[in-house]
Write a protein that binds this ligand. Structure first.
Ligand SMILES: Nc1nc2c(ncn2[C@@H]2O[C@H](COP(=O)(O)OP(=O)(O)OP(=O)(O)O)[C@@H](O)[C@H]2O)c(=O)[nH]1
Ligand SMILES: [Mg+2]
Length: 305
């Protein structure tokens, strides 16, 4: 009998969940950055095997939410815990476990499904440190398995996939064999632009940036795909940073995003970017709806003094 099922990738921001998803499905379906809180919604990526199919669900990093955006993000991650066959907890093995990890472990206490712990970024960890780390994390939970990997180099990832496949229930494939992701083309475009903004900016800007596709021009798609996007920032002072001296930064963001999109769509792309200020969009439910971040009932917590 073939096997098939759902696996969610959860963990702290920056642990490497999206890198792992991309590595497993062999394509870039989720953007990646060295800034925390990169992923803002759930992202599905499907991988087929000779003996089954796994539907992977990448999720936003679990953190203390201070804006409505972040409440929606964390809830999107937590909700998957009840909906999947196996939970993969991704831990950055190059960092020391902290209070955030304790919080995530507590969340997992109520999970009835098997939980596999992935120790990621082992390319950054000295071999001698790995065994003591494994002994330490064993105390967190009764894990179905603990698998060290490097999502970056691919080391250990095939072994992880075999472990997960063995935990999947019997069943026919959930999706057609050529189905890769649930991300609409517009989301791929907006996220690609956002990735380049994240890559080239620092401090608060990565967190206060959002991208919307104003126009996705199908008409001459075979020859030239015309895309028009707006990059939102929260403050007037952030606009010149994204535009850069003499428009240098926005040009760079545009060129890099266009190159990625041409590769993804397999066609020439014209990409028009503009920058607008939208104060406090992270707490504006309408703006969040427009951005496709799913709604939730919870309210953000007060900042800790
Ligand atoms: N050296 C090394 N770096 C890694 C590895 N996996 C991910 N990274 C890097 O870690 C950073 C975060 O990776 P992401 O995949 O965006 O992390 P994430 O868990 O999806 O983060 P959020 O979406 O913010 O929750 C990026 O700079 C990656 O290149 C790894 O195995 N080794
Ligand atoms: Mg991510």
């Amino acid at each position: 009998m073939p096997r098939s099922g759902y696996v969610s990738l959860v963990g702290r921001p920056n642990a490497g969940k999206s890198t792992l998803l991309n590595r497993i499905v062999g394509q870039k379906v989720a953007i990646v950055s060295d800034k925390p809180q990169t992923t803002r919604t759930r992202i599905v990526g499907v991988q087929n095997y000779p003996d089954g199919q796994i539907v992977f669900v990448d999720t936003p990093g679990i953190h203390r939410p201070l804006h409505r955006l972040n409440v929606r993000m964390v809830d999107a991650a937590v909700e998957t815990l009840r909906e999947v066959d196996v939970v993969v907890l991704v831990f950055d093995a190059s960092t020391r476990p902290g209070s955030g990890d304790a919080f995530v472990s507590r969340l997992l206490q109520d999970v009835k499904r098997p939980i596999v712990l992935v120790l990621n970024k082992i390319d950054l960890v000295a071999k001698a440190k790995l065994l003591p780390l494994i002994e330490q994390v064993q105390g967190w939970h009764d894990f179905a398995s603990i698998v060290p990997v490097s999502a970056e180099t691919g080391d250990g990832v095939e072994r992880l996939e075999q472990v997960l496949l063995d935990l999947m229930p019997e069943g026919a494939p959930i999706h057609d064999l050529d189905y890769l992701t649930d991300q609409p083309e517009r989301a791929i475009v907006a996220e690609t632009v956002r990735e380049k903004v994240l890559m080239h900016t620092r401090a608060e800007l990565p967190f206060s940036t959002a991208v919307i596709v104003d126009q996705f021009d199908e008409e001459s798609r075979e020859r030239l795909l015309r895309l028009y996007c707006t990059i939102f920032v929260e403050q007037n002072s952030q606009k010149p940073i994204v535009i850069g001296r003499g428009g240098e930064m926005i040009k760079r963001i545009g060129t890099e995003a266009r190159q990625d999109l041409e590769r993804f769509f397999g066609t020439k792309v014209f990409l028009d970017l503009r920058v607008k200020v939208n104060p406090d969009w992270r707490n504006d439910d309408r703006a969040l709806d427009d951005l496709g971040v799913p709604r939730t009932e919870r309210r953000p917590r007060k900042p800790r003094r």
